[in-house]
Ligand binder design. Sequence first.
Ligand code: SF4
Ligand code: SF4
Length: 57
Amino acid sequence: MVYKIDVNVCVGCGACVTSCPVSAIEQKEDKCIINADVCKGCGVCESTCPVNAISQD
Ligand code: SF4
Ligand code: SF4
């Protein structure tokens, strides 16, 4: 199970990028994306996001 970011909800705060233990999240301008090939599905980023933009894919 991997996680995804809803770009329509993400406000680009960057909190998830530093929370990910395997560096699966990359910031591109004002949005972030999760690399599904790297994500381990730990869920840490989901609990970090202040606007609940991250959920299981
Ligand atoms: S679920 Fe875990 S491994 Fe996957 S992007 Fe979020 S923090 Fe990183
Ligand atoms: S923590 Fe949430 S709002 Fe902040 S960059 Fe990540 S997905 Fe976007």
